[in-house]
Design a protein around this ligand. Sequence first.
Ligand SMILES: Cc1cc2nc3c(=O)[nH]c(=O)nc-3n(C[C@H](O)[C@H](O)[C@H](O)COP(=O)(O)OP(=O)(O)OC[C@H]3O[C@@H](n4cnc5c(N)ncnc54)[C@H](O)[C@@H]3O)c2cc1C
Length: 457
Amino acid sequence: MVDPARVRRLNSKAELDGPVVCWISRDQRVRDNWCLLFASELAASRRVPLHAVFCLAPGFLGAARRHYSFMLRGLEPLESSLSERGIPFHLLTGDPAREIPSFAGELNACAVVCDFDPLRLKRRWKSGVARALEVALFEVDTHNIVPCWAVSDKQEYGAYTLRPKIHRELPRFLTEFPTLEPAGSWGGGGADWKAARESVGAEGSVAEVRGWKPGEAEAMKTLERFLEEGLSEYAGRSNDPNSGARSDLSPYLHFGHISAQRVTLEVSGADAPSTAKEAFLEELIVRRELSDNFCFYNRHYDSSKGFPGWAQKTLDEHRDDPREYIYDFRKLERAETHDELWNVAQQEMVSRGKMHSYLRMYWAKKILEWTRSPELALKTAIRLNDRYELDGRDPNGYTGVAWSIGGVHDRAWKERSVFGKIRYMSQAGCRRKFDVDAYIQRVDADAELEKGPASSA
Ligand SMILES: Cc1cc2nc3c(=O)[nH]c(=O)nc-3n(C[C@H](O)[C@H](O)[C@H](O)COP(=O)(O)OP(=O)(O)OC[C@H]3O[C@@H](n4cnc5c(N)ncnc54)[C@H](O)[C@@H]3O)c2cc1C
């Protein structure tokens, strides 16, 4: 059922007797989940129960209350959805490197199956689990359509080198998902959601965001809305923040409430111009999977050491160039710069939890222009992105920031002050792409509405 190339072993321990444990982490869904499908297949072949577990770590890369709230409200329905299929769900709290082996030990599990994530913290957890477990640990890439380790064995230079490799493998991996078979009623499990909400040490100063409903059902509704209202215009209007041509799927993809493979299957079959479908699938498949490739093969993905050599050299040569404006973290966070477009984009990220894709590039490049060094610019952009974007703390975020500030996956451009040969963006360029004033007015009007009595939790 599950292509063996999607699965790899993270230790060489034996598969003993006892239940299979599916450790859900990045891909928090029941439907269209290769990790659960593999775990269920393993349990069925051994005629043993399958248990699903999520481990809530006390902190995660600066995640704030808005992120924990979105995630926990998305996990709650997962519990009932799993139990309808006879799979008990357990919610653990603490360091996964300790909690998962101890849970598997108490259960006398025969094997643990986890999902794939290229981020360092997740990889640290997994190597701890792999060492401490008495039994086998399998990892399944259920986030990428073409498994990250199967499409390429090295860091790719850019979309132009990854694209042909992905397209070569799509006929093999872009298949319909089988149904998750009911596991029989084994019983057990249960989660204390109130205690879980109280246990997270989230960044308290960052308010929750309104207007986003988490979970698999909401993710599907968002996709359906996009298929009906946005997709047809994607090729021509996706760089215009005043159009509705973007999908808004990134928070759902980030938390794994929807599978990119499901989105691809639905978009491929939709009634829309082929140029629109191709443009969207280029972002959803090639650009997104390029980010996983970057973070998987470059352990410096969030540091200037991860920039290509030409970019490190040019940024260093322009390190001491005079900056017309310099803003510290607080000024940037509070959107107190001289640039109204930048301020409004920043405010939209803070209040709505999502900045438009085109503005994210402009936003990050201006941080390079207005801070004392490229290293500080990178750190500042990542900190703001991870704190406020609902889809933050994601390979796409680290790669997007590294693209904007450090030329990752890009080429050298005409040399100029501060940026050196890093691609530059100006407000005049934005004005040629879309109606900047209309955008500012719209976000300002939304902010006025938000100032109602229940504006933040
Ligand atoms: C500075 C900067 C920071 C970014 N931070 C994040 C982040 O924290 N999390 C995040 O998911 N994306 C990030 N991106 C990538 C991109 O901007 C977002 O994925 C996109 O804005 C999400 O909105 P959407 O789902 O409506 O996009 P759509 O245009 O509808 O695209 C659909 C999906 O394709 C993928 N995608 C689209 N554009 C890109 C891209 N440039 N690179 C990789 N994948 C892409 C995403 O998974 C997205 O959800 C960042 C980009 C930049 C330049």
